[in-house]
Design a protein around this ligand. Structure first.
Ligand code: E4P
Length: 228
């Protein structure tokens, strides 16, 4: 399962990239608003930092297919290869996805709340569909189940579109979709960090370090045993 970072915060992106195996970054207008900077300049900084082959998902704002296509072309000209154009799943968005994908432009269908939205976006040629797991949970639906349904339907109908599950608030949601086999998730830095943090692991590491220190000396490592 590919892991992407759902933030436009450069410090957060650098912190996660430093440690985690990451395939790219996803953004949306609300995420960019949190940074309070010129969105295009911020996206260019992200593009300049992440590896060349990494994905950068950037959302359009336009409301007609014609304008969405123009906006997508502009975003690609500014941010280059491996940019995925995020398009919400409304009528004109689906039309734009169909046209852009026929031109070989990578699109990510976003704001997905129902399995059929995911399926139709897949038929329209989207590379990824992004169901909003936690937002679905918050309105009384099972977000993980919706993501699983979309994954199953895309497979059953032999569509190449992948699920990029989004909107996570806890690691259990991520774990369940990882076990199930969805192709990708995107989560905020704090959620990604929680995927490896565990109190018991910290206690175990501490015990190992204390035992080694009592054997060899405080602050020593295996390197200190090198023959001089
Ligand atoms: C990603 O595609 C979505 O825009 C994002 O994950 C939404 O997350 P939120 O529910 O935390 O705002």
């Amino acid at each position: 399962m590919d892991l992407l970072i759902d933030t436009a915060n450069l410090e957060g992106i650098k912190r996660i990239y430093d440690v985690f195996p990451i395939e790219g970054v996803t953004t949306n207008p609300s995420i960019l608003k949190q940074e309070g900077k010129n969105p295009l300049e911020q996206l260019k900084k992200i593009r300049a930092f992440i590896p060349h082959g990494a994905q950068l998902h950037v959302q359009v704002i336009s409301q007609t297919a014609e304008q969405i296509i123009k906006e997508a072309e502009f975003i690609l000209s500014e941010l280059g290869d491996n940019t995925y154009i995020k398009i919400p799943v409304f009528n004109q968005g689906i039309k734009a996805m169909k046209i852009l994908s026929s031109r070989g432009i990578n699109t990510t269908a976003t704001a997905i709340y129902t399995p059929m939205q995911g399926f139709i976006a897949g038929k329209a040629g989207a590379k990824y569909v992004a169901p909003y797991v936690n937002r679905l949970d918050n309105i009384g639906f099972d977000g993980v189940d919706v993501a699983k349904n979309i994954h199953d339907m895309l497979k059953r109908h032999k569509l190449e579109t992948k699920v990029l599950a989004a909107s996570f608030k806890n690691t259990q949601q991520v774990l369940t979709l990882c076990e199930y086999g969805v192709e990708a998730i995107t989560a905020a830095p704090d959620v990604l960090e929680q995927l490896i943090n565990h109190q018991i692991t910290s206690i175990a590491i501490n015990d190992f370090n204390n035992d080694f220190a009592s054997l060899v000396g405080e602050g020593k490592t295996m390197l200190d045993l090198k023959k001089k």
